[in-house]
Design a protein around this ligand. Structure first.
Ligand code: RIB
Ligand code: CA
Length: 332
C-alpha cells in the first residue's frame, strides 16, 4: 500500500535529494509538490523543484509555488550555502514544465480534500505554506495524517546559535503548526547532522553510472564546499531526505514524545525550538521528536531510490496521468 504525501520544499541541495527519495521510493505516492521561499527566493526554489523532477523523469506531478516571504518579517535566503541559484554545482537543464496556476496552499487543499486517505505533509523548508493552509482551511485538518517536518533541534542551531534555518526563517509559522493539534514529527539537526555526504557517499552516487547519480555527486560536492567554508564541516549533513525517509520507514528514526515550543520573543533566541525532553514544563508531549537515526539504513534507502530513478529515465507517472500544472478542479 502506498502512502499519500505532499512535499513542501525550498530546493536547496538537500531538498533535491529529498524529492528524489520521495518520487523514487515505491512506498510513497507523491500527490504534489509545493515550494516556499527559504534557501533561495520563491522563483528559484520553484524553478529548482521543477528542474529536479524533470531530471528524475517525473512529469505528471502538479507543482505549485507558495509564499515568497515569512508570515512576519523579511526573507533572508541561504545563498552562502546553496549558491545564487539555490542549486549551484551541477550544470542542470532548465525546467521541462511550468508550475501550476494556483497558489501552493490551494493545491494542498485540493489534493488533501481529493485524497481517499489522510495525507502526510512533509515540510522541508520554512513552514509558511503549511501554517497558511491550516489557518485558511481548518476544515482540511481531519484529513491530514501527520506533519513531518525537517526543522529545529534538541541542541544548538545552524543559523543562529540556537536557531535552525527553517524555523528561524519563519518562527510564527512553526508556532502555528506545532500548536495546531495535528500529529507532528520533528526531524531536527540533532539527527540530520548524523547523515553526512562523505567522499565515499559521493563516490557511490557517481558509481551509479547514471546522469542522475552524477548530478547527485555534483550537488553534494558543492554542498560540501559550502559546509566546509561556513561551518568547517568536512562533510555536509543532508537534512531534508531524513524527513522523507522517516515517512517511508518509521524504523529509520527513533523518536520521543515531548512538548516543543518555538521561541518568538527571545532577543538572542528567536526561532529556537525549546524541546522539553524531561517534562519539566508540564506541557503536552504532543510532538514526536527524532532523537536517533539508523544512518546506514537511510543511505541505503536514498541510494536505492536514485538508482531506481536513474534506471528509468523515461517520464514516470505517479498517479492518474496528467501533465504537470494540471491540478484537481476546485471544489466548494
Ligand atoms: O537547516 C537545514 C534546513 O534549512 C534544510 O531544510 C535546508 O534545505 C534548509 O532549508
Ligand atoms: Ca529545505
Amino acid at each position: 500500500m502506498t502512502h499519500p504525501v505532499l512535499i513542501d520544499c525550498d530546493p536547496g541541495h538537500d531538498d533535491a535529494l529529498a524529492l528524489l527519495l520521495a518520487v523514487g521510493d515505491p512506498r510513497l505516492r507523491v500527490l504534489g509538490v509545493t515550494t516556499v521561499a527559504g534557501n533561495q527566493t520563491l522563483d528559484k526554489t520553484t524553478r529548482n523543484a521543477l528542474r529536479i523532477l524533470g531530471l528524475a523523469g517525473v512529469a505528471d506531478l502538479p507543482v505549485a509555488a507558495g509564499c515568497d516571504r515569512p508570515l512576519v518579517g523579511d526573507l533572508r535566503v541561504a545563498g552562502d550555502i546553496h549558491g545564487a541559484s539555490g542549486l549551484d554545482g551541477p550544470d542542470l537543464d532548465g525546467p521541462v514544465a511550468e508550475p501550476a496556476d494556483v497558489h501552493a496552499v490551494e493545491l494542498m487543499r485540493r489534493l488533501i480534500v481529493g485524497s481517499a486517505e489522510p495525507v502526510t505533509l512533509v515540510a522541508l523548508g520554512p513552514l509558511t505554506n503549511v501554517a497558511l493552509l491550516l489557518r485558511q482551511h481548518p476544515e482540511v485538518a481531519p484529513r491530514v495524517h501527520r506533519v513531518v517536518f525537517m526543522g529545529g533541534s534538541t541542541e544548538r542551531g545552524n543559523t543562529t546559535p540556537y536557531g535552525e534555518f527553517n524555523i528561524v526563517t519563519d518562527p510564527e509559522a512553526a508556532d502555528v503548526v506545532l500548536r495546531s493539534g495535528l500529529p507532528t514529527t520533528m526531524i531536527g539537526l540533532n539527527v540530520t547532522h548524523q547523515a553526512r555526504a562523505t567522499a565515499e557517499i559521493i563516490a557511490e552516487f557517481r558509481g551509479l553510472g547514471t546522469r542522475l547519480g552524477a548530478v547527485c555527486a555534483e550537488l553534494m560536492t558543492f554542498f560540501a564546499s559550502s559546509y566546509l567554508r561556513v561551518f568547517g564541516f568536512p562533510d555536509p549533513p543532508v537534512h531534508d531526505p531524513i524527513a522523507v525517509a522517516a515517512v517511508i520507514d518509521a524504523s529509520i528514526v527513533r523518536t520521543v514524545a515531548a512538548p516543543v515550543a518555538v521561541e518568538l520573543a527571545g532577543t538572542h533566541t528567536r526561532g529556537a525550538t525549546v524541546v522539553d525532553l524531561h517534562g519539566r514544563t508540564g506541557g503536552a508531549a504532543d510532538t514526536d521528536v527524532a532523537v536517533g537515526l539508523d544512518v546506514d539504513a537511510f543511505w541505503r534507502l536514498l541510494m536505492a531510490a536514485v538508482r531506481r530513478l536513474g534506471a528509468t529515465p523515461a517520464a514516470r507517472t505517479s498517479g492518474p496521468a496528467r501533465s504537470v500544472g494540471t491540478v484537481p478542479p476546485g471544489t466548494a
